[in-house]
Design a protein around this ligand. Sequence first.
Ligand code: GLA
Length: 332
Amino acid sequence: MKLKTLLSTIALSGLTLLSASANAFFGSKDEMRLGYLVKQPEEPWFQTEWAFAEKAAKDLGFDLVKMAVPDGEKTLNAIDTLAAQGAKGFVICTPDPKLGPAIMAKAKSYDLKVVTVDDQFLNAKGEPMTDVPLVMMAATAIGERQGQELYNEMQKRGWDVTTTGVMAITADELDTARRRVDGSISALKAAGFPAGQIYRVPTKTNDIPGALDAANSLLVQYPMVKQWLIVGMNDNTVLGGVRATEGQGFTAQNIIGIGINGVDAVNELAKSQATGFYGSLLPSPDVHGYKSIASLYHWVKEGVEPSKFVEVTDVVLITRDNFKVELEKKGL
Ligand code: GLA
């Protein structure tokens, strides 16, 4: 073989190798690539969304890139990375709704399409960015259900209302959280719970330690309360409240906590001994994960614009008695 031919053969096979490894890294060159970015990958809620986004990727034939974006810097870097990998868009649950304009500006600069999930973007004036497609739970209705279920369970136990308090752990800067907690409180009041015995306390962080601190600071102020109902925007918030009451000697007998998310409550509900965490409202992380990314896929592929707002309403109360069956029904 002449030297020139040999060299060009080597160069060609080098190129093939290069593109083969590029394909391995970036997925097949024909396959569409889409991102799914979540603020708190440690929550089973978001792991479930990812799992169902994976299912959509298999069903529809695209390449899914899952990324954790716990803060603003990581979010903007993730968008750079996605663009460098040739992605066409992403679904995001932002770590901070106020990042909305920055996320949209960066996405536009790369011509990436964006669908939001769970938490809605806010513009510079603090108003919801209603022009960005959003898939979210029916926050007020699910919150109301939390309040109703707490009231029902209290009545079932025949508690003395005069010595019962509501501990409402709030996260008002997050709109979905504010609406859930407000819904819960208004349902409790509507059912007849005395408004003066409903105490609100803000959590600094949306996790168990944050809620635990908030709850502790509230508990010391109301030593006369003998039974507590615990309200919060999700399972971790309510779990933090329950852990704080346990620290003060309360038990499953005088605490009723009902969370929201369901999938984040599985370990607690599976404990051999009942705790003050009575149950959780399980919405549809499966639907959130699948629908959001599927709508993005159709938007990129066929130019079908997603609905600006998809509200997911189904919810079921899971307790120690039925959680396995209910999760199975949803394939979770
Ligand atoms: C917020 C909460 C999550 C989960 C989702 C559901 O993002 O932080 O725990 O409840 O809403 O939409």
